[in-house]
Design a protein. Structure first.
Length: 224
């Protein structure tokens, strides 16, 4: 059900400017972001139509431009705003680590991988390449797969680590199913990757499995 039309001073933008964004609902915030000339039903109605179509904010913001374009009132400009907002949020979360501070806990790297990978529809395997002080040299996505898995080749990870003169690596991949529990193949590739990197005196510090519902550190499980 679409919300009733509100007085001007109670509309989402005005409430956000007056009291801040924390008290606004997902629909309110989405309406502010959509902006522009209101379509039939208003921006708030359009925002709730988006949320209702995908059943929530996370799924809506992960939708492709083609999927979003099927909703009447969502043209290229509004779709671009939505995707820009997602990317800005991702960069906001990852920029502090990208600037050089050392990774001091598994949770630091987990937040990085979750920001980059948790909303992907297919499995993606990436690596954080670190210097001797465990500062990030570079993050790279190396392998992409189907919804069931990504073929990971340890040799390629080793080649990239040597090219970047990395002293350590943290690997991570997503589970599109939403369940972060590592599989037997995840454990197997972790062992192979650790052994391959050890041959060139590079440490595999962790392998993180991330999903929207959380993450699992294979190092914390004692599997590295």
């Amino acid at each position: 059900m679409l919300p009733r039309r509100r007085p001007a001073n109670e509309r989402p933008r005005e409430r956000l400017l007056r009291a801040g964004p924390a008290g606004l609902s997902d629909g309110d915030l989405l309406a502010v972001l959509l902006g522009g000339e209101p379509p039939a039903g208003g921006r708030l109605g359009l925002a709730y139509a988006v949320l209702d179509t995908w059943g929530g904010l996370a799924a809506a913001l992960a939708a492709s431009p083609a999927e979003l374009g099927r909703i009447h009132g969502l043209g290229p400009t509004r779709i671009a705003r939505l995707h820009a907002a997602v990317e800005l949020g991702r960069r906001y979360l990852t920029e502090p680590l990208a600037r050089g501070p050392a990774l001091t806990a598994p949770g630091d790297a987990a937040r990085y991988f979750q920001a980059h990978l948790s909303d992907r529809p297919h499995e993606v395997f990436g690596c954080l390449f670190l210097d001797t002080r465990h500062r990030i040299i570079r993050y790279e996505e190396l392998f992409r797969g189907t919804i069931d898995g990504a073929a990971v080749h340890p040799r390629e990870v080793v080649k990239q680590a040597l090219r970047l003169d990395a002293a350590a690596v943290i690997a991570g991949h997503n589970h599109p199913s939403g369940v972060a529990e590592p599989s037997e193949s995840d454990r197997s590739i972790t062992l192979k990757l650790a052994q391959a990197l050890a041959l060139v005196e590079i440490r595999l510090l962790d392998h993180l499995v991330v999903a929207r519902g959380g993450h699992v550190s294979l190092a914390e499980r004692g599997w590295i």
